[in-house]
Write a protein that binds this ligand. Structure first.
Ligand SMILES: Nc1ncnc2c1ncn2[C@@H]1O[C@H](COP(=O)(O)OP(=O)(O)OP(=O)(O)O)[C@@H](O)[C@H]1O
Length: 395
């Protein structure tokens, strides 16, 4: 497990230079300190979050990414005050808020089913938080108009929530949270209710917003990796109530620390291989009797022993695989077991000779016409991919 989430002093603490030129370190905007949350009691207890550590710097966007039920929303609820930790603490701007009621935490929250005030018009809903936060009356109309424009809802200010579609209501909820320009903004699957085109434009809006509010920390729950990749400075990958990995999107993508993250982020192929000679961060490996080069990464903290003759997994993205003739130099012989056209590419599922119990996924450009059971040649890139430890780290 990567523990960058617990080493926030070096990774997450915002640094600024004050007027005297001295470097000042400010408190992280968000701290989870060994937070656990359990629902129910006795035999019916669900450990929804276990020993969760994370620091989010001021102005940083962190995405919580993981499969359904992995504890993402629970982490967010613990911070917002909607779920009480059974142990551990949460801090906002250095202040322990574990025992504060939600309304006193001063954070903007958008959840998937956020209920707007049904009797208030859209503009009144958005203005509500501004009034509660004592924004001068003269600024309210302008701030409401700005917030509605950000979510493409300028024309709907006079409507009641029941006169809007679900997606439109959610956009108003986002506008309402944004209008108060909170230091911490929590978003739980905020785009899930929107159709694909709207989701894209809202993603772009949220990116702009991120730039427009450089001091606001955002914690963004999603199970959609493309949202996490588009928005987050860092991604937390969660599984079974625990943090599995945390790092920048680029690092998690290029050098996944765990097989779970490799598979979850981008659906990588994890091909069993045997490690040979390792020099620095390069390794010779054997895959189905072929000897190939691979990257043997080292984490920033700790060290992986890529021991010679030990088993490992070779992480190869589907788009990095080339499919051609079986007679191509260095090609592995494979049989096409499925072919699905996806518009700009075709996803081939391949049974590769010498790799039993594994189907390799390859994305080839365009609408490639391959017959089922066709024999093809599969070439891995150079280097062939990145080594990932087998689950449990057995070497
Ligand atoms: N109020 C509750 N009472 C009992 N169990 C709950 C409650 N809320 C969540 N859980 C359970 O806690 C676990 C974590 O749920 P959580 O909603 O945090 O997951 P998630 O990763 O956000 O999932 P999703 O992506 O489906 O929203 C799940 O097993 C869920 O069934």
């Amino acid at each position: 497990m990567s523990d960058l989430g617990t080493t926030g002093a070096t990774v997450n603490t915002a640094k600024s230079t004050n007027v005297t030129g001295a470097v000042a370190y400010s408190e992280p905007a968000i701290v989870f300190d060994r937070v656990s949350v359990a629902y129910g009691r006795g035999k019916n207890v669900t450990n929804a979050l276990v020993d969760f550590n994370l620091r989010v710097a001021q102005g940083e966007t962190v995405a919580l990414l993981g499969p359904s039920g992995s504890g993402k929303s629970t982490a967010l609820k613990a911070l917002a005050g909607f779920a009480r930790p059974t142990s551990g603490s949460v801090k906002l701007g250095g202040r322990d808020v574990t025992d504060l009621p939600p309304a006193k935490r001063g954070i903007g929250v958008v959840v998937q089913s956020y209920a707007l005030f049904p009797h208030m018009r859209v503009s009144e809903n958005v203005a509500f938080g501004l009034k509660a936060n004592k924004v001068p009356r003269s600024q309210i109309a302008g701030r409401v108009a700005d917030a509605l424009a950000m979510v493409g809802m300028s024309a709907y200010g006079k409507r009641l929530p029941r006169e809007l579609s679900g997606g439109q209501q959610q956009r108003v909820a986002i506008a309402r949270a944004l209008a108060i320009r909170p230091k911490v903004l929590l978003l739980d699957e905020p785009l899930a209710a929107l159709d694909a085109a709207l989701r894209q434009s809202m993603l772009a809006e949220l990116q702009l917003l991120r730039k427009a509010l450089p001091d606001t920390a955002m914690l963004y729950v999603t199970h959609d990796q493309s949202e996490a990749l588009a928005l987050a400075d860092r991604i937390v990958v969660m599984r079974d109530a625990r943090l599995v990995d945390v790092d920048t999107a680029a690092n998690l993508w290029q050098r996944p620390p765990t097989s779970f993250t490799a598979a979850f982020l981008g659906g990588a192929n994890l091909i069993p291989c045997t490690v040979g000679r390792v020099i620095g961060t390069s390794a010779l490996i054997t895959v189905a009797d072929s000897t190939l080069n691979a990257e043997a990464p080292q984490p920033e903290v700790g060290k992986i022993d890529w021991a010679p003759a030990s088993p490992a997994l070779l992480c190869v993205r589907p788009h990095a695989i080339t499919v051609g003739s079986v007679s191509d130099k260095g090609a592995l012989r494979a049989t096409v077991t499925a072919s699905v056209w996806r518009g700009s590419s075709t996803r081939l599922t391949l049974a590769v000779d010498g790799l039993p119990d594994l189907l390799v996924q390859a994305d080839v450009p365009g609408n490639a016409q391959y017959e089922l059971d066709a024999v093809v040649g599969v070439k891995l890139p150079e280097p062939a991919g990145v080594l990932v430890q087998t689950p449990g780290g057995t070497q």
